[in-house]
Design a protein. Structure first.
Length: 574
């Protein structure tokens, strides 16, 4: 039975103490309640914990156990509660109904921390969203995490909203210092930051780790970044381990946004700058290198090669170059990346492309689709909360129609939309925009003709990202004639297929069996066909939107009946 806040406060196992603020609701799970409504969050982690575990794992483990126990005691004694899953490893999350309790708790944690365990803490107050009864999601916790990430071990940072609530109710001998306005990683709105000061805490720290502290031209993001936690961890490790990482995937899968987020996360490792080069508007491959030069502020030197001039500028620098949307200028992008790797040992290149660059030393990483609801789930609102695709749909739908909400009646339709769109962010965002005039049930029903349903998107987006058809058009336009032939023929497979099936159904005089293998590999590289390991056999499939596009081509080619007959003969024999 869920206990009330006051019952919890008085119970031996309770984590809450003191009355819950009026106007703040509480949601229960197990033997504790999470405050919801307007809540103050405390997020912390331990600076340098990875190195500490590598240096002395047993000592670090014991110190971490003591720290977590102390944090739990401090949170409980100040009226806070910790979510179920959040705050694993060297981090912790706590929620408070009163901002003053959160600040007092942060001060207590810093004063009680063991010597050698340097904790950084971020505090932020805002309206909170529940992922489920025991965990939070949404913009408030994301902003709090970014505020924490600005700090250094021993430092406590407050957002403007928290500061304004507590400035007249600070703990004894405590004060606050204004730290200026800072741009936060992957968040559009900058934040005024304040530092909590106390005679028992360190007062001086290095500059805050904001995007403004390192030279960069990473564009500000105007919409929230949803999910991708595991992917960001993987990308962070790969960026640290390789000098050329190419993020690949189908059009609209979120390559650019993911690369920008990963670059922002890694910015501390590149003190000489991070430079974003948008190649999407270019139609002439000769402009690739001059575009990077313009980003770096380099002017052309008569009689000198552009790459040599750039290499001289970046020589001896520790920097990250992000080459975005390389696929339509692939050869020029590959040549530039190769030149940077050979001439500038301190430079790392992070590229996004629908196909690999094909350069020595390149590591490729394919962007997976966003997680979608399990088709076997109950599809109630609560059952969908863990789906990143659903969360993205809800976030963008709310921007299109602020009073939009998913109910148990509309949840199955929203789940179906995300499933049929294969968790592809661009398609989901285009579908979400339709809630201005259509219900989720109408949108789901209209996906049989998705290229009309998912029409124009943002006017300011590059043309190939304005509609779902334009996104696939741009990939199709880059194919050779043999690739186009196999691409449309593969549409005859409604589900997955293996190489033997592809050869049996699609090969003919125009494209023999060996040609099928060669071209199939190329279509996989170009992110138009997905290869999945299935035991000892590799199976292939098309995302549903791409297959619908290919079906249209197959019908218009006049080959549909022939391919369907071959398909029937193949599986009758099988």
């Amino acid at each position: 039975m869920v206990k009330t806040p006051n019952e919890l406060r008085e119970s031996p196992e309770g984590r809450l103490s003191g009355p819950v603020q009026w106007g703040v609701k509480a949601v229960g799970r197990g033997d504790f309640v999470l405050p919801v409504g307007t809540v103050t969050l405390l997020l912390l982690d331990v600076e340098g914990s990875t190195k500490a575990f590598e240096r002395a794992p047993e000592a670090a483990t014991e110190a971490m156990i003591r720290l977590r126990s102390a944090i739990t005691d401090d949170v409980g004694s100040h009226g806070g509660v910790q979510p179920v899953e959040q705050g694993e490893g060297d981090s912790a999350v706590a929620a408070f109904a009163r901002a003053s309790d959160a600040v007092a708790c942060a001060l207590a944690i810093q004063r009680n921390t063991d010597v050698g365990m340097r904790v950084r803490i971020g505090l932020h107050t805002g309206e909170i969203q529940l992922r489920d009864a025991g965990n939070y999601i949404g913009g408030t916790i994301n902003r709090c995490a970014r505020i924490r990430d600005l700090g250094h071990g021993g430092q406590v940072l407050l957002s403007r909203s928290t500061h304004d609530l507590v400035v007249d109710r600070l703990p004894c001998d405590a004060s606050v210092r204004e730290m200026g306005t800072h741009r936060l990683r992957d968040l559009a709105r900058p934040e005024m930051i304040f530092q909590l000061c106390h005679p028992e805490l360190d007062a001086e720290f290095p500059p805050l780790r904001s995007l403004d502290a390192t030279p960069n031209n990473l564009p500000a993001q105007l919409t929230s970044f949803i999910g991708r936690d595991d992917e960001l961890v993987q990308l962070g490790k790969l960026i640290a381990e390789t000098r050329l990482l190419t993020v690949t995937g189908a059009g609209g899968c979120g390559k650019t946004r993911l690369a920008l987020h990963a670059a922002a996360d890694a910015i501390d490792a590149y003190p000489d700058g991070e430079w974003f080069v948008d190649l999407a508007p270019l139609s002439d491959p000769e402009l690739v290198v001059p575009t990077l030069a313009a980003v770096l502020g380099i002017k052309e030197t008569p009689g000198r090669d552009w790459v040599d001039t750039i290499a001289q500028r970046l020589s001896g620098h520790r920097a990250l170059v992000v080459l975005d949307n390389c696929e339509h200028v692939i050869a020029a992008s590959a040549e530039l990346a190769d030149g940077l790797l050979r001439s500038c040992p301190g430079v790392t290149v992070l590229a996004t492309s629908r196909e690999p660059l094909g350069v020595d030393g390149e590591v490729t990483w394919r962007v997976p689709s966003l997680t979608v609801p399990d088709e076997r789930s109950t599809l109630a609102v609560e059952a969908m909360a863990a789906s990143d695709a659903v969360r993205l749909f809800i976030d963008r739908a709310t921007r299109a129609r602020p009073n939009f909400a998913v109910t148990n009646e509309t949840a199955p339709a929203v789940a179906q939309i995300c499933q049929r769109l294969d968790g592809i962010p661009l398609a989901i965002e285009l579908a979400a925009a339709r809630v201005r005039v259509l219900s989720p049930q109408q949108i789901a029903a209209g996906l049989d003709d998705r290229f009309r349903m998912l029409g124009a998107g943002a006017r300011t987006a590059v043309q190939r990202h304005q509609t779902l058809r334009a996104s696939i058009d741009s990939s199709y336009d880059l194919l050779t004639e043999r690739e186009r032939v196999l691409f449309r023929r593969l549409a005859v497979f409604a589900g997955g297929f293996d190489l033997d099936a592809a050869e049996a159904v699609c090969a003919d005089v125009e494209l023999d069996r060996w040609g099928v293998l060669e071209v199939l590999v190329s279509l996989v590289d170009r992110s138009l066909v997905v290869a999945d390991e299935d035991g000892d056999v590799t199976r292939y499939r098309m995302l549903e939107s791409i297959r619908q596009y290919a079906v249209e081509l197959l019908v218009s080619s006049g080959e549909q009946e022939t391919l369907r007959d071959r398909h029937l003969e193949r599986y009758e024999a099988f």
